[in-house]
Each structure stands twice: as structure tokens, then as C-alpha cells.
Design a binder for this molecule. Structure first.
Ligand SMILES: [Zn+2]
Length: 157
């Protein structure tokens, strides 16, 4: 639970939003409690859900990063294997991935629940795929490092 999830108290004097644990208004210093009782002030929940928007945006950005990494890795593979088709590949895939990325970024923050759901699950798919690839790469690096350590420890080289 973060601070912004806590219910707020609107100051009856000046209308400023105060945290529910504040004793006096942070703007006009009017007491908000009299003993244990709230003074003519009501508890209100913070408006909207900016947290959800932020999660969607972060998700979209990560999906975009992984998408870009994927395009780069595949492009590198093509360059090594068949340099001739790298340019057509880039021409075809770059706008496509940027389009998908923008769609995800926009869709994650969309008011439309359907579009939002599709974009969120799509970015979840890309992010989990990217995370798995990264984990795989990390595992390979760790394994190689481990082998080098073994060789070094046994007096090789
Ligand atoms: Zn006040």
C-alpha cells in the first residue's frame, strides 16, 4: 500500500487535501481532529487510478524495449548469415515494430477496456518472452563463466 492509496481528508476550511493521519491542515493549519473525531471533514478516496495508468505505461515501455531488442538480435543474425536481405528486413520490420510499440503504449492507457485488455496481454506476452530470453542469455553467460572458472582453478590455459 502506497501513500497515494490512503484516503485523504479535505480540509473544511480551505479545501486542501490532507493525509488521513495529519492532525492539522498542511496549508491553513486548521485542526482536523478533535480528540479522535474528525472535525467537519470527510474522508475521501483519491480520484481516479493513476497507478493503473503508470503500470500500463511501464509495461508498454518494457514491451517496446524488448521488441526493439528482438528486432536487433534477429537483424544481427540476418546480417551474419545473409547480409543482402538485412536492408529489406529493416525496411519491413522497423516501421512494423514501431507501430506495434506505439499501439501497445497507447492501448495500455486507453479508456476502452477492450483495447486496453488486448494491449496489456500483448505487452505481457512480449515482456515475458523477452524476460525468458534474457534469463536464457544470463544462464549461458553464467555457465560459460563457471566453465572458465573451473578451467582456471584446475590450472589450465
Ligand atoms: Zn486547510
Amino acid at each position: 500500500m502506497t501513500r497515494s492509496d490512503l484516503p485523504h481528508i479535505n480540509c473544511p476550511e480551505c479545501g486542501a487535501e490532507n493525509n488521513s493521519f495529519a492532525n492539522v491542515c498542511w496549508i491553513c493549519r486548521r485542526p482536523l481532529y478533535e480528540g479522535d473525531e474528525l472535525v467537519e471533514a470527510e474522508m475521501v478516496s483519491p480520484i481516479g487510478s493513476p497507478r493503473q495508468d503508470r503500470v500500463g505505461r511501464i509495461f508498454g515501455i518494457w514491451a517496446f524495449i524488448f521488441l526493439g531488442l528482438g528486432v536487433m538480435i534477429v537483424g544481427l543474425g540476418i546480417y551474419v548469415d545473409e547480409p543482402g536481405i538485412l536492408l529489406p528486413y529493416l525496411i519491413l520490420v522497423t516501421p512494423l515494430s514501431i507501430g506495434i510499440g506505439v499501439l501497445i503504449l497507447k492501448g495500455n492507457q486507453s479508456e476502452n477496456p477492450w483495447l486496453r485488455g488486448i494491449a496489456m496481454s500483448f505487452s505481457a506476452l512480449i515482456v515475458s518472452a523477452g524476460a525468458m530470453v534474457l534469463l536464457g542469455i544470463a544462464a549461458i553467460i553464467a555457465l560459460v563463466a563457471f566453465c572458465f572458472m573451473l578451467v582456471a582453478a584446475s590450472g589450465g590455459f
